[in-house]
Design a binder for this molecule. Sequence first.
Ligand SMILES: [Zn+2]
Length: 304
Amino acid sequence: MSEWTPDLARLQALDDAEWLAVERAFCGRLAAYVARRIPDRSAREDVVQEAFLGAVRGIPEFDPVYTFEQYLFGIAKNRTIDWLRRQKAMTLGPRGEDDEGPGIETLAAESETPSAIVRRSDLARAGGELLLGVLKSWVQETWGEGEFKRLMVVEALFAGGWRNRDTWKRFDLRDETSVAGIKFRALKRIRDLARERDPDGVLLHELANALEEGRGAPRIDVGAVWREGRASCPGRHWLARSLAGTLDSGPAEYVRFHVEEIGCEWCQANRDDLARADGHAALAPMLEKVEASTVNYLRSRTAR
Ligand SMILES: [Zn+2]
């Protein structure tokens, strides 16, 4: 079961109907993402509206390394940070020291990682792309084998930055050596997968630095690539089945771990949206506003 994805060529041609379909499909999850961070209802609507406008404006530069949902969420995140910063400046004045609110700096620091990866160098960027592809394959393979504990352990270490000791206790493993063993085997497999995709080994050196501890400052941040690239995010239908309680224990435990313990903000937004008690009727006013502003913009661009 795959999810609807928009036709990129039609979006880039500024096709009204395709953009409106995008808004209907994604408004709920964007609103859910913003709702966790911005308490004010009308401000939330503005931020969602700005995010969609930003998506329309930026579509000529869409980078196909990312999925369309990642692209949209990335813009929503930046608009959210902008709003929180403006709010902070207004309430605290120029010399405000108090840092209240939902961790703007953490949010901002995280949001800088993908572009930072891009800026570093072409080689590091290509290495990051290779790594993301390989991580996704590894996740798929591990999921297919039903090895959910292994998946959770490796995700905890790589994406969550957990220490061996905490990981061992959380997953009832024998001792720290078991954690190290799981990590060792996962790294070996990840390297093999990388070699298959990069037979000349041009990028393997970059990756080796990133994957092995104590080899100097790596230019690729594995945790950032995993989180920002959403290497292990389950599709929306898995989240729906998790909410409905229709998953087997393995995937059910994994989805819960990913959303709650790793705290994946994108999957949280999708789940909040799916769990919306009042149904999508409550979104209608926001959607209307978003659609009106987009149509306005599209008319102004295509009328010339
Ligand atoms: Zn996720």
